[in-house]
Design a protein around this ligand. Structure first.
Ligand code: FE
Ligand code: FE
Length: 394
């Protein structure tokens, strides 16, 4: 199992995930992947930094190499991002300036160059830019026509599929996926998903809910069949605006400037061609009032794909589980409450479950929350065998 999804594999984009640190040649649990894609153990990187090296020991791309400094920067970023996401900062209402730069990082022992001069890890600015670009692209390109095109591309009807694999195999392939807004010491997807599942389990929720925690982001597997034009590239710099990010309902008024928690970057909505279509740019747009959340088209991403995939494979989850999978990124719905006028009475039950799921998805992303993948896997394989066994259609 370790060779499939162990932490050691987070650094490599190759099949082999037992690659040791290429400096000390030892396997390490505390591996750090640099933006260039090369990975080393924390101890070796620290030594490199102490010896004044300011670039990847393998390819020489410039990096700040001390893992502790990296971690504190990432922590600070996460704190700000979380506030922003919760609407606690004005940035949630699209005022990106609210995501402020952190205090200047300390210089490392023996470091000559000022830390601010390291292009890669003077990262607040770069991350902010990446996130901003992601949402600008997403809001620009995710139109009704685009969403319909993606539904057709990832169609499962009449036996259509792109490949056959087990959940475990999918996790292995997902090791090659890098979230472009968090490419450096971000958690491997399997760790985020296990952290979510474990938190759900610790809260005493039923096993199907735990399984949802485990699989909820697996839809990012679409990067295998994606292209830049469609915003589905799985590399650190790749456009991912049809893989991840907050979704909204296409075909009616886009998220706008009135301040709501859960609605980010409303200022980019005017870039969407549908915003200029008078038939779509009303509160109901192409929908009937009260038509129900399941009858709306959301911006296309990993949520919708995994929902379709689970449906096509007859995964035996209750409706609430499907709702969590399908709508967990729909912040303007579940947090911003932009679409109450389109909901059916029974959608309030779905909303309750999605919000419950969301607390676990959001608050478990923690670099220090150590997950022993190998030890936990047999338990979760049991859940997979119960609800979605064997080779599945993807
Ligand atoms: Fe997700
Ligand atoms: Fe997630």
């Amino acid at each position: 199992m370790a060779s499939l999804i162990g932490m050691d594999g987070r650094a490599t984009l190759e099949e082999t995930t037992d690659l040791p640190c290429s400096i000390c040649l030892l396997d390490s649990r505390s591996q750090v992947r640099l933006r260039c894609g090369h990975a080393f153990c924390g101890a070796c990187l620290k030594q490199c930094a102490a010896h004044d090296l300011a670039s990847c020991p393998q390819c020489r791309a410039p990096h700040l190499l001390d893992p502790d400094v990296l971690r504190s920067k990432i922590d600070e970023y996460r704190k700000q991002y979380r506030q922003w996401r919760e609407g606690g900062a004005t940035g949630a209402r699209g005022e990106v300036a609210a995501v402020t730069a952190p205090p200047a990082a300390k210089k490392l022992d023996g470091q000559c160059k000022e830390t601010k001069d390291f292009r890669d890890y003077d990262a607040e600015h770069e991350r902010k830019e990446t996130v901003e670009r992601h949402y600008r692209d997403m809001r620009t390109h995710q139109t009704v026509a685009f969403v319909k095109k993606m539904h057709a591309k990832y169609d499962f009807s009449e036996g259509k599929e792109r490949c056959h694999m087990t959940v475990q195999e999918c996790f292995r392939v997902l090791e090659n996926y890098v979230d472009s807004s968090d490419p450096d010491v971000g958690l491997p997807n399997i760790v985020h998903m296990l952290q979510t599942a474990e938190a759900i389990r610790a809260a005493g929720h039923p096993d199907w809910f735990q399984l949802v925690g485990l699989i909820h982001d697996m839809g990012k597997i679409m990067y295998l069949w994606g292209c830049a034009e469609d915003g589905q590239v799985g590399t650190a710099d790749g456009p991912q605006w049809a893989l991840g990010g907050d979704t909204w309902v296409v075909g009616c008024a886009l998220p706008s400037g009135d301040a709501r928690p859960g609605v980010v970057y409303p200022q980019f909505s005017s870039l969407n061609p549908d915003a200029r279509d008078p038939a779509l740019n009303t509160p109901c747009g192409m929908y009937e009032p009260g038509c129900g959340i399941d009858n709306l088209l959301f911006a296309y991403g990993h949520d919708e794909y995994l929902y379709q995939m689970c449906t096509a494979n007859g995964v035996k989850l209750p409706k609430a589980g499907f709702d969590m999978i399908r709508y967990h990124s729909a912040y303007p719905w579940h947090t911003g409450r932009m679409y109450d006028h389109l909901m059916k009475p029974e959608d309030h039950e779905a909303l309750k479950w999605v919000l419950e799921f969301n607390t676990f998805d959001l608050y478990t992303k923690d670099e220090d929350n150590v997950i022993d993948v190998e030890k936990l896997w047999p338990y979760y394989q049991g859940l997979i065998d119960k609800y979605m066994p064997g080779k599945l259609k993807w």
